[in-house]
Design a protein around this ligand. Structure first.
Ligand code: TNX
Length: 782
């Protein structure tokens, strides 16, 4: 069949890199290899029949019929013989069609589909999405499917989504839903993160306590890690697990959707739940409890005989349950404290002539890989497993950036790219104030979309080792199913296009239009998707000596921006036409509207307007280039930095260097009462309070004298805000040290501030002895 169509491919490649067609009319995600648009439409209705030459595809076709019935209300029937028009003909023809590829031809009279088993399944997904085109909703009469010719095939064989069910547990039905979403977008590998410190979720007959003990915890952290000191927990008995019958049912369902499941059994780190059930797998003997909080823990599996026997038995049962080629063996974030202190581990290191505990982990991994081979499985692990050499045949999942993946490909190991900066769907997708709590980070839709899993630094031969790409959904802060949906949609659409579509056919604005069409489908499926695509772009600019302006922008066609000042005050909405002047403390709310209907979330800006806001500022030394997105202006734009969601452009970072700046207030102010700066304390990220500061003032810009004024924000070194030792809050409190005393007013036009970072992180903190970061977001003068 495909023989007829190389011509189209030739035409596309020779005329333009990106083939043009109307995104609304052909809202297929991921975008096909080639799609040639035609005029005219096929009418889909209850009298359309499906004709097929092969019973083999009945399951796929039945699933398609069910969806069309449920979502579009059209009842398609089978027919044994071809009628003259109004049919969908489905035929196995894999000659010249690559694995998972398909041909789909639509004209006014008929629809024809050709492909192999998976290809036909994917053709039906595309057809299902084409029913979405907006002009053709004829209600009970039927739908119009736009004519076209699609010749399609995937870029990568590994198109993965991961779900962490340890931190939060989602039952069998939810997992099936997740698989259905994946299939709809032609994703084909489900990485099921089944075990971690906070819960063991898979029944293992030989070790019943893994689930009777290891699947349950006695409480869960409240709020963000570090937000409360001491940490607060709820007291709910939390947990759950999948029986082996559940697993078989899910595996079967996944097969019907052409999805392979890769189960992950974490080792040797992230294994507290297993240790709680079987403390003899540890170096110290315990006792342990299933963790109620997140993070990385020192208690890990000990590489002793008991542990290898355990792994052998677990792998044996897991291999029988999952027919796929790979088992994921974790391997990430394994602290070495226990191995260092353990005589048995030290003897292993000596006996096997290993250099240190890191090589011991590599030795451990090789033994695990051999166990898997015994059960005819290949190992895949997080990129740490590469350190110290990796056994042949094992594959690497690159999560700490791309370096691990690049090194693995060069060493001829298969690789799945899943770097945190592009593939972590637990990160925020919007910088809007109103986002629900997430772990941190910022991964908007366009950034996911921009990812190319094949690093340019690899040569042609090495590139062949990149099997594909995967997004990870870690659930520490994702405790409800609607929130899972929110974090997954629509980023899963972008991932699908990264995994399936050749780079020449990718185009973000075309994609965005198709995503907006898909929102109608997601509405019908009751999926709670994020609407950050409708966030407004804001630009704050200085009006020199008279405040600042908030400029708002959108790229959405036919949409209006409305803004208002009082929350919920819908009567006082203004149509945005030019930048809003800010010359007093003010909160601005704005959103996008079409025909009076709000599209996205409300966006909010809280302007902490003060004498410094918008005034000329000069930095005598630039910030560290990794943390300088907003430049000096971000210090006086009226917006305080925040961490949840992280607004990277509001913080300037300094390492070893001082923050040294001068602000010109424009005229001499004679009753300045407070000068402040707003800094971040997050010890886990090596961000500390400054060690000291110096403030000088001047009326002429030449002669400066020390300003003897209260400062906003305590310094830790002055015994200040210990509560936020690894807090996520910006430490700012108004302080008049002598509370009732008379204020001390100063007279100044020029203000010179120097803030000194700590050069050594104090003992007992992460990164001890290294230089600390200083993060400052805002200067205030009152
Ligand atoms: C790091 S990614 C982890 C996970 C956390 C995740 C949170 C990886 C291999 N390890 O244990 O859940 O960060 O983003």
């Amino acid at each position: 069949m495909r023989k007829l169509f190389p011509l189209f491919i030739f035409v596309f490649c020779s005329t333009s890199l990106f083939a043009q067609y109307d995104a609304d009319r052909y809202p297929v995600i991921p975008r096909p290899y080639t799609l040639l648009p035609f005029n005219g439409e096929f009418s889909l209705s209850n009298s359309t029949v499906i004709v097929t030459d092969n019973k083999f595809y009945r399951n796929e076709i039945d699933a398609f019929r069910d969806e069309v019935k449920n979502i579009y209300g059209v009842d398609l029937k089978y027919s044994n013989k071809k009628v003259s028009s109004g049919f969908i003909y489905i035929s196995e023809d894999s000659t010249d069609i690559p694995d998972e590829g398909y041909d789909l031809f639509i004209n006014r009279n008929e629809i024809n589909i050709y492909g192999g088993h998976a290809g036909i399944f994917y053709a039906l997904q595309s057809l299902f999405q084409l029913i979405l085109n907006p002009n053709t909703d004829l209600g009970p009469v039927g739908y119009h499917i736009p004519s076209c010719s699609i010749v399609d095939q995937p870029r990568f064989p590994w198109r993965g989504m991961h779900l962490d069910v340890s931190r939060h547990f989602y039952d069998k039905e939810k997992i099936k839903e997740y698989l259905r979403w994946m299939a709809m977008y032609k994703l084909n590998v489900f990485h099921w993160h089944l075990t971690d410190d906070q819960g063991w979720r898979i029944e293992i007959k030989k070790y019943p306590e893994l689930t009777s003990v290891g699947a349950w915890r006695s409480g869960t952290l409240i709020g963000h890690e570090g937000a409360n000191d001491p940490p607060q927990y709820d007291t709910l008995h939390y947990g759950g697990f999948y029986t082996q019958d559940d697993i078989r049912e899910i595996v079967k369902y996944a097969q019907s959707l052409h999805i392979t499941i890769v189960p992950e059994i974490e080792m040797p780190g992230h294994s507290l739940a297993a240790l709680a059930a079987y403390p003899e797998l540890s170096c110290t003997g315990g006792p342990f409890e299933v963790s109620k909080t997140w993070g990385v823990f020192d208690d890990v599996m000990c590489p002793n005989e008991k542990t290898f026997e355990f792994i052998d038995e677990v792998v044996k049962e897991v291999s029988e349950l999952f027919p796929g080629q790979y088992i994921h063996i974790g391997g990430d974030e394994c602290p070495k404290a226990r191995w260092k202190a353990d005589p048995y581990c030290q003897k292993l290191i000596a006996d096997n002539k290993l250099k240190d505990e890191n090589e011991l982990q590599s030795w451990f991994t090789k033994k695990v890989v051999a166990i898997l081979q015994k059960y005819h499985k290949n190992a895949i692990g997080w990129d740490e497993i590469l350190e110290g050499g990796l056994a042949d045949g094992a594959a690497v999942m690159s999560w700490r950036g791309e370096d691990g993946g690049i090194a693995a490909a060069k060493a001829k190991h298969n690789v799945v790219m899943s770097p945190g900066g592009w593939c972590y769907f637990d990160h925020y997708q919007s910088q809007n104030n109103n986002e629900p709590l997430a772990i941190g980070g910022y991964l908007p839709l366009d950034k996911v979309y921009s990812y190319d899993p094949v690093p340019a630094s690899l040569n042609a031969d090495e590139k062949k080792y990149i099997m594909g790409v995967q997004a990870n959904v870690w659930t520490e802060y994702i405790g409800t199913w609607p929130y899972v949906q929110y974090m997954v949609f629509p980023r899963i659409c972008a991932l699908a296009e990264v995994a399936w579509t050749i780079p020449q056919e990718k185009n973000y604005s075309h994609f965005e239009e198709r995503v907006i069409q898909h929102f109608h489908l997601l509405d019908k499926l009751n999926i709670n998707y994020a609407k950050s695509i409708f966030d407004l772009q804001a630009k704050i600019t200085s009006n020199s000596f008279s405040g600042i302006s908030l400029g708002l922008n959108t790229n959405k066609k036919n949409a209006k921006i409305m803004y208002w000042f009082n929350e919920g005050d819908s009567a006082r909405h203004y149509v945005y036409d030019f930048p809003i002047t800010i010359n007093k403390p003010l909160t601005v709310h704005a959103a996008l509207f079409i025909d009076g209907k709000q599209l996205g979330n409300e966006n909010t800006w809280v302007f902490n307007y003060n004498l410094a806001t918008g005034k000329p500022i000069s930095l005598r030394k630039p910030p560290n280039k990794s943390y300088n997105t907003g430049g000096a202006f971000s210090l006086i734009d009226g917006i305080e930095g925040q961490t949840n969601p992280w607004r990277g452009n509001e913080w300037l970072g300094f390492l070893k260097d001082t923050l040294d700046l001068i602000i010109d207030l424009g005229k001499t102010e004679d009753s300045i009462s407070e000068i402040g700066f707003d800094y971040l304390v997050d010890h886990g990220s090596w961000i500390h309070a400054p060690v000291k500061y110096q403030i000088e003032i001047s009326t002429d810009g030449k002669n400066y004298s020390p300003a003897n004024l209260p400062l906003w924000g305590h310094l830790e070194s002055e015994g200040g805000d210990k509560q936020n030792t690894h807090g996520w809050s910006n430490v700012i409190t108004v302080v008049d040290p002598n509370d009732n005393n008379e204020m001390n007013y100063a007279k100044a036009r020029f203000i010179h501030i120097i803030v000194y970072p700590q050069l050594k992180i104090p003992p007992g903190n992460p990164g001890e002895g290294m230089a600390a970061w200083l993060f400052v977001s805002e200067i205030e003068v009152h």
